[in-house]
Write a protein that binds this ligand. Structure first.
Ligand SMILES: [Fe+2]
Ligand SMILES: [Fe+2]
Length: 204
């Protein structure tokens, strides 16, 4: 009988019947597939272009504007890519888009950035909660958290401000290699996650 490599696929039809060789074969495929994550995300970002109408700019332009502001503030790559992807969850998770984006970023950026992306929905309510019958002060539950001020700055400087059609926003291609660099990192590398570390959003 041919092995998985010779056949181009495993022989089993139920997971419990697979062999060590089958799973080694699948692991190689998964590693190969994972290499395409950055480009799949860039394609998904581009598809945000048509989504969520009603604002003066598209969701893609909002994302690009947030990343552009981060870059112009002198923030590092982790912050810039986090700003770029912070609303990517809008595609499939309109009611928890912040958590969705954070889940994508978590293995590849500093913990500080993941936290800010994960909580940005709650923090953003300070700007409009009163107009939609929501709790404007939902962020208060995180008072005292080490990354509280970082998320507040993320929202103030890059998110709530980035709906301006007149802003000189950089194109998606400008950020593509940064995204590829981030998603080529070893997942969950402690040297990347830097638990507890705080890098400034604005270069001094
Ligand atoms: Fe958002
Ligand atoms: Fe946003």
């Amino acid at each position: 009988m041919k092995n998985a490599t010779e056949q181009g696929h495993v022989s089993f039809t139920a997971m419990k019947d697979g062999s060590a060789e089958d799973y080694a074969f699948l692991t190689e495929h998964e590693i190969e597939y994972a290499k395409g994550t950055a480009d799949r995300l860039l394609t998904a970002l581009a598809s945000l272009d048509g989504g969520l109408s009603g604002y003066q700019i598209t969701r893609l332009d909002h994302s690009l504007q947030a990343a552009t502001r981060a870059e112009r503030d002198g923030a590092d790559t982790d912050w810039i890519v986090s700003a770029l992807l912070h609303d990517i969850g809008d595609i499939f998770a309109p009611y928890n888009h912040d958590e969705y984006a954070a889940t994508i970023l978590r293995p590849f950026v500093r913990e500080q950035c993941t936290w800010a992306v994960e909580k940005h929905g709650d923090f953003q309510l300070i700007y409009y909660g009163q107009h939609v019958g929501a709790d404007s002060h939902k962020r208060d539950q995180y008072a005292g958290h080490p990354y509280f001020d970082d998320c507040a700055s993320f929202c103030e400087r890059w998110d709530q401000s980035s709906f301006d059609p007149a802003y000189d926003t950089l194109p998606l291609e400008h950020f593509a290699n940064r995204v590829r660099e981030v998603f080529a990192r070893s997942p969950y590398d402690p040297a990347v996650l830097k638990q507890g570390a705080r890098e400034p959003l604005v270069a001094s």
